[in-house]
Design a protein around this ligand. Structure first.
Ligand code: ZN
Length: 429
């Protein structure tokens, strides 16, 4: 928007610039104009007294379902859910129908997202055609058309030879390959984590080794190819240890954790709770603590939701047949704030994992409040408590394990390129 927006007296935390202070933030013509003193009058003022003001959050792992499954979510409803959660940039995964495995679809998604105009949508291109794990896509062309990384997410790049070629090819252009690490020969038929809960419920399990073995294989291949390799939604103690070791060795290996994996355990599915069925599954307390330790020591640089909306019909059919997935955009911030309350992370460290860090990994211009940057801003009250009602969520997907639970931390405003797109609990425009 044109004009001047003043965000007054907020506690500004901008990890990209090492800012952590109470100050005024001035936005002029959609860009950050000044932090602190500014000569001029505001057309609009947001009083951020007692609130935190940070760069608009980035969620680098989102399933938007458009094209192909718009009844579950579409670019518009996903964008609305994002800004309601304080997220102004999302990366959307390629397991749509058709898949994001050719330039036309990437361009179509970007065009539709611009038309909606609420948040940045950056497609992740497929690594293989049809996500079949056989033939590589034209990654270079996809990159030219706006894809910011590559993945077959939803599915693993299972074939070791194909993965090797993908890493070698991606490496020559500096592209990052994101792996949904799951050795299907170990997890076939599994619905939840393999362990005492799966035994108790009599439901087939997915062993942690299904994730660990693929991460181990991939790290060997990434080492040889000198490639950038990123583990999606890491969930196991073994996986975190492998990534930690690879990073200590200096390999270009990174990873992300989803809030459900550091906030919940497999016990959530006791009572056959289909809304806690997700892939990779909620794991044991030891795994959860290992993910938290990975976040604390920097092994895990990014928090990303794996927002996976489903229709009720895909969920209400018993644990074994229900679709995998949890919606995350609207609960990302409050659930993650627990890491600060429990002393695992400082507030700047937490915010960096949802702004500066994913921006750096993906080469995005967002995730900063630098003067001159597009003014994407999230304002939240870290202490306000509220109860999550799935029916009031903006996403079409209501599949959340936090329905009826108390949340601490409330997004009060989301600003995209200087325009207030979410305020007072309502998405605007
Ligand atoms: Zn995945």
């Amino acid at each position: 928007m044109s004009g001047k927006l003043l965000i007054k007296n907020g506690h500004i935390i901008d990890p990209a610039n090492g800012l952590d202070e109470v100050a005024n933030l001035w936005i002029v013509e959609g860009k950050v104009a000044a932090i602190g003193a500014y000569d001029g009058e505001a057309d609009e003022v947001i009083d951020a007294d007692g609130k935190i003001v940070c760069p608009g959050l980035i969620d680098m792992h989102v399933h938007l379902r458009e094209p192909g499954q718009e009844w579950k979510e579409d670019i518009e409803s996903g964008s609305r859910a994002a800004v309601a959660g304080g997220v102004t940039s999302i990366c959307c995964m390629p397991n749509t129908g058709p898949h994001i495995d050719h330039a036309g679809i990437a361009l179509q998604i970007i065009a539709r997202a611009r038309q909606v105009g609420l948040c940045n949508v950056h497609p992740i291109g497929a690594v293989t055609k049809n996500l079949e794990g056989k033939e590589l896509t034209e990654m270079r062309e996809l990159s030219r058309c706006g894809c910011v990384a590559f993945s077959d997410d939803g599915l693993p790049i299972w074939h070791a030879g194909v993965m090797r070629k993908a890493l070698e090819y991606a490496s020559s252009f500096g592209f990052m390959v994101i792996q949904h690490a799951e050795e299907k020969q170990l997890t076939a038929g599994g619905a939840i984590n393999e362990g005492w809960v799966s035994t108790q419920l009599g439901v087939s399990g997915m062993p942690a080794e299904g994730e660990d073995s693929m991460i181990a294989r991939d790290i060997m291949l990434a080492r040889r190819a000198d490639a950038r390799y990123h583990v999606a939604h890491i969930s196991t103690q073994g996986g975190v240890a492998l990534v930690r070791k690879a990073r200590a060795e200096g390999l270009k290996v990174s990873t992300e954790a989803a809030p459900h994996h550091f906030a919940l355990t497999e016990e959530e599915v006791l009572g056959y709770n289909v809304d806690a069925k997700v892939s990779p599954p909620l794991r044991t307390e030891a795994d959860r603590l290992a993910v938290i330790e990975g976040l604390r020591d920097g092994t895990i640089e990014v928090i990303a939701t794996d927002h996976a909306p489903h229709h009720e019909d895909d969920k209400r059919c018993g644990l074994s047949c229900a679709a995998f997935g949890i919606v995350g955009l609207e609960t990302m911030l409050p659930v993650s704030l627990e890491l600060v309350r429990s002393g695992v992370l400082t507030m700047p460290d937490l915010i960096a994992k949802m702004t500066a860090n994913p921006a750096r990994l993906l080469g995005l211009e967002s995730g900063t409040l630098s003067v001159g940057a597009e003014a994407d801003v999230t304002i939240f009250d870290a202490d306000t408590t509220w109860v999550l009602d799935r029916e009031k969520m903006v996403s079409k997907g209501k599949n959340t394990p936090w329905h009826g639970k108390e949340m601490t931390g409330l997004v009060t405003h989301t600003v995209k390129a200087g325009r207030i797109v979410f305020a007072e609990g309502e998405v605007r425009g």
